[in-house]
Design a protein around this ligand. Structure first.
Ligand SMILES: C[S@@+](CC[C@H](N)C(=O)[O-])C[C@H]1O[C@@H](n2cnc3c(N)ncnc32)[C@H](O)[C@@H]1O
Length: 317
């Protein structure tokens, strides 16, 4: 039986040979895919039945290993560049039943030119959705959202808006794993000027990237309903002893967990009916916020949920 590394190798050549690999950062696709999977496994509790969103999936270098691992779950890759989504449909979704790719109707000045006619030779079989469609269809659906090297190309405003959307898309107890860069004193490429909490790097290259001020980012995450659970500083521009590198990703990795929130329609009686083991708990609302949310307990018995009218929705809200 093929192992996941074997399966990654089997797909890697076609991704490696795509000219689009240059656009998503170039490099050895097989190594990047393996590193992505080990980073996710080391930093989250990804399991085989999880629903995963790989946001800014590019040509699927990060989505592929996640779909190979989450065999009995569902993995969606979403990107704003239509030709990349088309490529992923053709080369990955056609061969992995649990991998799906969608085109997001959104803008990023660094990538918009790739949607010009000249850059999209084949965009058949691509489904486009906008941010509202995404939140309508996927609210509360995902266990894990990853975004590898996407927030590296976002402004503060884009990061803020996207984190709020991620919060809606996640189940309670869900987590986000981002690869990005923090503005640390040891980063050789930090510039002297700051711009509202982040710094532009490699301004002379088409794919400039940004460094986020850590405090500013923590504020953004908090205002979007997340707490920062973990940060692993990467080694891209930083000398880390080679013996330590197997534990590191080149980029900084940050894990965010969704903060508990009280559902508007919370009813202690229904919560108890759905969770009879809590009969001795004196304050059920307090229990929900402190434990029930993260344990993904139902807030009411199955069949008594209030479904939004006229919507096809995949998540649990
Ligand atoms: C550096 S590439 C990384 C691709 C992939 N995650 C990987 O690791 O190979 C950044 C990707 O983010 C996508 N992207 C940029 N802005 C986006 C947005 N607002 N929504 C979704 N994708 C976006 C780009 O089209 C590009 O494919």
């Amino acid at each position: 039986m093929e192992t996941i590394p074997d399966e990654i190798r089997r797909f890697a050549t076609v991704l490696q040979n795509s000219p689009l690999n240059e656009v998503v950062g170039s490099g050895d696709v097989e190594a990047i895919a393996q590193l992505t999977l080990s980073s996710v496994l080391e930093n989250t509790d990804l399991s085989e039945g999880d629903n995963v969103l790989d946001f800014g999936c590019g040509i699927g270098r990060s989505t592929l290993p996640l779909a190979l691992y989450a065999k009995s779950g569902t993995v969606f890759g979403i990107d704003i560049v239509k030709s990349m989504v088309s490529f992923c449909n053709r080369e990955i979704a056609s061969r992995l039943h649990n991998a799906h790719f969608l085109h997001l109707l959104a803008s990023n000045v660094l990538y918009d030119h790739l949607n010009d006619d000249a850059y999209r030779p084949a965009t058949e079989n691509v489904i486009s959705i906008d941010a509202n469609d995404m939140t309508d269809r996927f609210s509360g659906y995902f266990n894990i959202i990853t975004a590898f090297s996407v927030f590296t190309h976002f402004t503060i405003e884009q990061a803020k808006d996207q984190l709020c959307i991620f919060n809606t898309l996640l189940k309670s107890g869900g987590v986000v794993l981002l690869s990005m860069f923090f503005d640390t004193p040891w980063n050789r490429f930090r510039l002297d000027t700051t711009d509202d909490g982040y710094r532009d790097c490699y301004l002379d290259e088409p794919l400039k990237y940004v460094l986020f001020d850590f405090g500013r980012f923590a504020e953004l995450a908090s205002s979007a309903g997340f707490r920062i659970c973990r940060v692993n500083f990467g080694f891209r521009d930083v000398p880390i002893p080679i013996r330590l590198r197997k534990y590191y990703h080149p980029n900084d990795l940050v894990v965010l967990s969704k903060m508990p929130t009280m559902p508007k329609d919370f009813d202690a009686g229904l919560y108890l009916m759905a969770n009879p083991d809590l009969a001795a708990v004196p304050d059920l609302a307090d229990h929900y916020l402190k434990c029930g949310f993260c344990e993904e307990r139902l807030t009411r018995p199955v069949g008594t949920e209030i479904a939004p009218r006229g919507q096809t929705k995949l998540g649990d809200g």
